[in-house]
Design a binder for this molecule. Sequence first.
Ligand SMILES: [Zn+2]
Length: 390
Amino acid sequence: MSTKIPFPGFQALALMEKLVGMRTVSRDSNLDLIEWVASYLKEFGATTRIGYDAGRRKANLLATIGDPKQPGILLSGHSDVVPVDGQDWDTDPFTVFYADGKAFGRGTADMKGFIAVALSLAPAIVGAASPQTVHFALSYDEELGCLGTPNLIELISKSGIAISNCIVGEPTSMRPVVGHKGSAAYRCCVRGKEAHAALTPQGVNAIHLAAKLISRIDDIAHELQRAERHTHAYTVPYSTISANRIGGGIAGNVIPKDCEFSIDLRHTESTSPDAVLQMLEDYAAQLLAQARQVAPEAGISFEQLVEVPGFDMHADSPLVSRMVAMLDGAQPGHVDFGSEAGFFRRLGCPTVLCGPGSIEQAHKPNEFVTLRQLHACEVFLTDFILHSSH
Ligand SMILES: [Zn+2]
C-alpha cells in the first residue's frame, strides 16, 4: 500500500536543508525556525499558535491543518539541536552535505530530518480525497531536559484540540518504540558553618554532610536494584540514582560552609521520583537535627532541575499494532534515552516514538541520516496520515 514517492522526496530534502541551516542550538534562540515553519504551514491553511518562553527568545509551535474539531494525529519534534563545539566535523555542520546515500549535518537524525518529512506532507494533507486533521508540534529546549515541553503541553491544552494518536519522530531507525524510563535531576545545596580547621567542632562541615547524603544515595541505588522487578526492556533493567557533580569548600584549612551536588535519577514505571526524593528528604531531616545543635543556620535543600516522565505503551495497543503492520513487521521495543513522549501520554493520547536515523549518530560529529531512512519515513507517514482513518 506504499505511495510512490520519488526517492527521496525533493521537498523533504529542501526543507531539511532549510531547517539544518537555521542554527537552533539549545542555548540560542529558535524563533527564526518557529516563525518560518509557522508561515510555511499557513500557506496550507494551517491554524498556528506560538507559545513563547518568558524571555521571548524561544518558542513552541502548535499548528493544525484540517478541521480543528476532529481528533487529529499529532506529529511531534523538538526544534533544538545539541552544540557542535569541540567536535571534529568533516563538513560544515549547518549545511547539509550529501555523500554515499547519506545526508550529513547537525540535526539530520535528531530530529530535523523527521520534521522536514512531516512538513513536506502538508500539500498532500490539504489535497487528500478524505481530509484528515493533522497537528504539528515543535518544541524548544528538549535537549536541555525537555525544559520547553511543559509550555508546549499548556499550549496544546489551551487550544482545545483533540489528539487521536501522537508520533514523536526521535531517531529510532523507523522502528516503533513504545517506552523509555523517566528521568529527574536535582541540585542539592548543603549549608553548614565555617570555622578554622583548628577549631573543627565549632563548625558544621558542609562537605561531610553532603558525603553522608551521597552515601545514602548509594544505598538507595542498591535498594532500587534489589527491590524492583527487573524489566529487560532496558540495557539497565532497573532504576538508577547517582550523584555526578560536586563542589564545595574554599581552602584546605577552612571547615566548609557550603557544598552543592547534582543528583540524576533514571526510573522505571515502578518507581516514583517523588518517593525517592522523600527518602532523601527524610534522611536530610535527621542530619539537620544534629547539625542545628551546633549551627541553627544549617540547611539542606533539594531543587528539581529536570523532569522527563517515562512512558510505556502496551505493545498490543491499536496504534502499535497498526504501526507494526505498516512498518513491515518491525517489532516494538524500548530505548534507553528520554524524550517528550511521556508528556504526550499524560495528555491521554496513544504515543509512539518513530523517526528516521539512528540515535547512534545523534549528538556526534558528522551526524547523518540515510536517504533510505528519510524515504521510509515518508512512506510510513503518508500511509499513516492519508490512507487510513484515525
Ligand atoms: Zn532528539
